[in-house]
Design a protein around this ligand. Structure first.
Ligand code: MN
Length: 206
């Protein structure tokens, strides 16, 4: 990951970025409860090996350029476990992120030969790249992020385009692209159910 270009921005994306092949996105927060744990960082990549990290100090979440990108109907947003990230983005930026692609859902529909659907598992098996998860639970609210936090945060978005390409081929092969598209389409509602307190309930269960 040392050769990848990582830019850090405060409070919003810079002007003039474009994401013609969709944008890979991940977020880092202070914890797993969006009502309690604030959004600290949004990582983005165009799939060209570089990453933009947008850092939030917790006082303001104005970020007009980032919000416009998240809501832009012409730009696909690629996540791994979008359900969590889009709930956090809704809670803190007030934005409905769409259209969506989730590599975790794609993996669950395509890779039924395994129950290992973590990002590290996917990147290892499908791309042959070893990801470190060392900084996963570090203090993302820190004033100054360490170099290892920055490179960890970037590594969560650098491979999502390549994963999507592989997973799309597998979904196509198994005739499950339509299931995937429908599941991605339900994600905004799933995230709103989470925020409304229906997180653990399977509303489809008997
Ligand atoms: Mn992450």
């Amino acid at each position: 990951m040392s050769e990848s270009k990582i830019s850090i921005h405060h409070g919003d994306l810079p002007a003039g970025l474009s994401f013609p092949k969709g944008v890979a996105i991940d977020t880092e927060t202070l914890g797993l409860n969006p009502h309690r744990d604030r959004l600290c960082l949004v990582q983005l990549s165009s799939g060209d090996g570089s990453a933009h990290l947008v850092k939030f100090d917790g006082k303001t979440y104005e970020a007009p350029r980032l919000k416009a990108l998240l809501a832009d109907p012409a730009v696909l947003k690629i996540f791994h476990f979008a359900r969590f990230d889009i709930a956090v983005l809704k809670q803190y930026l007030g934005v409905d992120t769409a259209p969506l692609y989730c590599t975790k859902i794609a993996s669950k529909l395509a890779r039924t030969y395994t129950d290992r659907h973590g990002l590290k598992d996917l990147v290892g098996e499908l791309l042959g790249i070893e990801l470190s998860k060392q900084q996963q639970s570090s203090d993302w609210g820190a004033q100054e992020l360490s170099d290892s936090q920055k490179s960890y945060a970037a590594s969560d978005v650098l491979h999502l385009h390549a994963l999507k390409d592989k997973l799309d081929m597998m979904l196509e092969r198994e005739g499950r692209l339509a299931f995937a598209k429908a599941a991605f389409g339900f994600l905004p509602t799933r995230a709103k159910l989470d925020l409304a307190g229906f997180g653990d309930d399977d509303i489809f269960a008997h």
